[in-house]
Design a binder for this molecule. Structure first.
Ligand SMILES: Nc1ncnc2c1ncn2[C@@H]1O[C@H](COP(=O)(O)OP(=O)(O)OP(=O)(O)O)[C@@H](O)[C@H]1O
Ligand SMILES: [Mg+2]
Length: 252
């Protein structure tokens, strides 16, 4: 059997005396789209941040494609090339056009020449449906379009894995759909994705597994169908009921 693409092995993280991640272990195969859910403060962002080493875990190991990446021996720049991240805060450079925002990393980090970077960036903008906005500045784009540029920027580095941390929560509800559609498309095309989101439509349609994190512990993991219809724990069921109700009331 081949190695899992991502292996999280007995991860522990505390801030002071607060246990933020406790004995978290799971594996993703290539092409998996995992949706991570859990109450505010349960450790979702911390978990993602450990994967690309924006945060160092206290103990436990993380392996990407069979190689230990959580130790200081592994080059963090290399890791950031292999693991893309899309945040809630979109963070495009305001003085650069959409295509320039995508070419920047291709030239500076991946080492492509200007021409190669531009053609790659255009292909990624095409992929997220924004080829016609390549010359626009962030201020001229909607929040949803900006986030799609952020996704194109992450994809341009040809990552093995993309982490999404609530990519639609700063968007108006009418702009959320276009970002979710791009993410669905990526999942269907086999991109390996670990996604923190309240968008249960995305989870139902695109997730291969869902993980429920509570107080830093992985309480339950399974295919969406299982979690939605037959959760093992009342807490998962209760959380999903609340999140689904809030979603249909339009407050996410
Ligand atoms: N740099 C930090 N220093 C101290 N405490 C932190 C730090 N980062 C996170 N925490 C704490 O760790 C806990 C988990 O935070 P985290 O951001 O991972 O939760 P989350 O599940 O992403 O929450 P939300 O749904 O609100 O985004 C929280 O109690 C938070 O206050
Ligand atoms: Mg968070």
């Amino acid at each position: 059997m081949s190695d899992p693409l991502l292996q999280i092995d007995h991860l522990e993280k505390s801030y002071g005396d607060e246990d933020v991640l406790h004995d978290v272990s799971f594996e993703m195969a290539e092409g998996d789209a995992f949706v991570l859910i859990g109450p505010s403060g349960s450790g979702k962002s911390t978990l993602l941040r450990c994967v690309n080493r924006l945060t160092e875990p206290d103990s436990g190991n993380i392996y990407l494609d069979g190689t230990l990446t959580s130790g200081s021996e592994y080059d963090v720049d290399e890791l950031r090339r292999e693991v893309g991240m899309v945040f809630q805060d979109i963070n495009l450079f305001a003085h650069l056009t959409a295509v320039e925002n995508v070419t920047l990393g291709l030239e500076k980090v991946a080492g492509l020449d200007a021409e190669g970077a531009e053609s790659r960036a255009m292909a990624e903008l095409e992929q997220v449906g924004l080829a016609d906005q390549a010359g626009s500045y962030p201020a001229e784009l909607s929040g949803g379009q900006q986030q799609r540029v952020g996704i194109a920027r992450a994809l341009a580095m040809d990552p093995k894995l993309v982490l999404f941390d609530e990519p639609t929560s700063s968007l108006d509800p009418e702009l959320t759909g276009e970002v979710v559609e791009v993410m669905q498309q990526l999942a269907y095309e086999g991109m390996t994705m670990l996604v923190v989101t309240h968008e249960m439509g995305f989870a139902r349609s695109a997730a291969t597994q869902m993980l429920f994190l509570e107080d830093g512990r992985l309480v339950e993991q399974g295919p969406p169908k299982q979690l939605f219809t037959d959760s093992e724990t009342d807490r998962t069921q209760e959380f999903l009921r609340r999140i689904t109700e809030a979603e249909s009331a339009g407050s996410f």
